[in-house]
Design a protein around this ligand. Sequence first.
Ligand code: FES
Length: 265
Amino acid sequence: MAQVQLPVFHRGFGGTMRRDAWWIRPIVIVILLGSFLGYANWAAWQGDHYQFGNYLSPFYSPLLFGPDPFAWFGPRPAWFPAWISPALLILPFPGLFRVTCYYYRGAYYRSFWADPPSCAVGEPRKTYWGEKSFPLILQNIHRYFLYAALCFLLILLHDVWHALHFADPVTGVEHFGLGVGTLVLAVNVTLLTGYTLGCHSLRHIVGGHLDQLAGRPVRQAAYECASCLNRRHMYWAWMSLLSVAFSDIYVRMCSMGIWTDYRLF
Ligand code: FES
């Protein structure tokens, strides 16, 4: 077969023959991810206004120590350092699940490290280590954070169940109801479910290690479901990221008395 030798051009950082606005996407990602990281850090260190009635901010769920009715182990023990907010105890799990996600890896490698900033655009380094050596080989831990993320989904679902029960202000008796906050938390857990169940690692867990899926209807159905969600993984990733932040803002604003939570029934 005839072979054609094509010349390889080494362009400097940002050099390209592309004529489209390739730089818009990395800039938007830096703004969105940077804003989220800034807000999430601020909210996690606050240790306040994370609960409003029967609503709990997803940044603080599960609440290990704190006020009733959400705390798993009762009030904060006296020996526990006051500067550690309850969110700091649990956020590393969903946080590292996102940081090691296949989609986000591609997004922040390009946007924050410019490695490369976009396809066919010159990058600032000449060597490529890939993810086979330290420290990026640690990204392979993603599948283990997936197990934690699945547990967090169940906990957040339970929070939505909690958000469907409102205590009577006089008698304290709980009644089934629906508030705007309930809907906010329900949409959030729905988007998080779409993001988590479309994970590449989950797809491999349910459909991998087999030569063929035919004759295994349960695994085939699970694989097709995961694949279907996986096709839009980027959208689920962004929508769920924004909804987590908005859920915290909603609970915080209601708790501070700035927003009113309207009851639908
Ligand atoms: S690959 Fe994105 S959550 Fe697993």
